[in-house]
Design a protein. Structure first.
Length: 260
């Protein structure tokens, strides 16, 4: 499961930090998926991707809050060599299909690759901004993020970055852990994320395992400011929720898969 030393590459960031790739992560998370207008999302996606269709004219957006407990280093390294200071993050992800041959729901998946286009990724530290932007092209920016990852409920509030901590609130999310669990520490899943960097569409592989749970939207709430809601064309009522209190991931370097 763990790559050997010969498989790892050390990268220096503009902040002076050095990290190893693949990047190993430990975190807690909570999120929801909501329906959204497909035409709005199509306007946000780069060439080569199409919004995942769930019904005629309808797609979806996923909002996820993440509290990192470990960023970098190796899982079997207690010294934390090559690790960044843990930080909080919030992701707005558009489920998308690469190389899809049709826009028809379900049929769109035939021959296509499903992943998530990262539209917005506020974080809480400068080092994490450099990490995401310089290596993968993730659209990271500083923001005020408050996360409470208690055992009964995962809560996340995202506001504009400000010196006094009173920036305009953008998103408020709350998720109660579902009862049905679809992953364990012994089951690894592979997910793909898409970004744009230096004129290229990048595809990044993430291997994820741990206590990840999916469930119905019962017990989940989402509030999104009018500007972001209009940009995404999304509805505020969740159609699904996800959570994980002890999750690990390995994030590989991105690979170009097309021009943007």
């Amino acid at each position: 499961m763990h790559p050997g030393t010969a498989d790892r590459t050390r990268v220096a960031l503009s902040t002076g930090h050095e990290i190893d790739l693949p990047l190993e992560l430990e975190f807690a998370m909570g999120g929801v998926t909501v329906p959204a207008r497909r035409d709005r999302l199509e306007a946000l996606l780069p060439d080569g991707l199409s919004a995942l269709a769930v019904a005629p004219g309808l797609s979806c957006v996923t909002f996820v809050g993440i509290r990192y407990h470990r960023v970098g280093g190796r899982f079997d390294d207690t010294e934390g060599d090559g690790a960044l200071e843990p930080y909080d993050e919030f992701a707005v992800i558009v489920p998308a299909v690469r190389n899809g041959r049709t826009d028809v729901p379900i049929a769109q998946l035939a021959g296509g690759e499903v992943g998530g286009y990262v539209h917005w990724l506020p974080v809480t530290t400068d080092a994490s901004v450099a990490l995401g932007r310089e290596i993968w092209g993730y659209p990271k920016e500083r923001a005020d993020i408050e996360i409470d990852d208690g055992s009964q409920r995962f809560q996340c509030v995202v506001a504009e970055d400000s010196d006094d901590g009173r920036g305009r609130e953008r998103v408020r999310l709350a998720v109660a852990p579902p009862r049905t669990r679809v992953g364990t520490d012994h089951r690894e899943r592979t997910l793909w994320s898409y970004t744009t960097k230096d004129g290229d569409l990048l595809r990044t592989r993430a291997e994820i395992w741990g206590e990840i749970a999916l469930g119905t939207p019962i017990g989940a709430t989402l509030e999104v400011d009018p500007e972001l809601r209009a940009e995404l064309g999304c509805r505020p009522r969740p159609i699904a929720r996800l959570s994980g209190s002890r999750v690990r991931a390995r994030l590989h370097p991105g690979e170009p898969v097309g021009d943007v």
